[in-house]
Design a protein around this ligand. Sequence first.
Ligand SMILES: [Fe+2]
Ligand SMILES: [Fe+2]
Length: 191
Amino acid sequence: MPRASHLSPLRFAASFAGGALIALVGSRLLPPLVAQARGAARMRADGDPLATLLDDHRAILSHLDAMAESADTEVFVRTQHLLRLKRRLAAHALAEEDIVYPALREHLETVDDATHLYEEHAEMKVLLYKLEQTSKGDGQWHLHATELRTLVQRHIRQEEEVDFPKLRETLDEATSTELASKIAREKALLL
Ligand SMILES: [Fe+2]
Ligand SMILES: [Fe+2]
């Protein structure tokens, strides 16, 4: 009767580590690929390659409104909204900086507009850092939150009323779908 084969403890550990590595790589690669397909599907459904960024804008502004309207005593509320804002803004900025602003430069040759948008993202990051460093019960925190809200409102207005409409006009259906899927993939790297 043939003897049942058994892995040595060392081989078992190596095999387990290999399986865990494959699972880890899969768990990192799969969400962006799924998101990419979803981004393309959404573009085909509502016809706007930038729709997901508009959703982000509404969510980002609602966190900023809550932060700017919070009292110095509402430390928990401030902490919650700041964390959510940072997460949403990080993924949003990644998609814009790596996909949308380069497309603006490529299709519109609006180098100045794109550069200005990159600079405003950097200003937002400085204000986020100040919000992290300032005590959430401090009146100064409210001033930083209000300053960030004003900056973000202006930035979003520029994107939605000037740059995004110009970009949409240059894209046909195929390039719109490609842009939408790339935006979704990039956001999924962080979310
Ligand atoms: Fe932006
Ligand atoms: Fe934006």
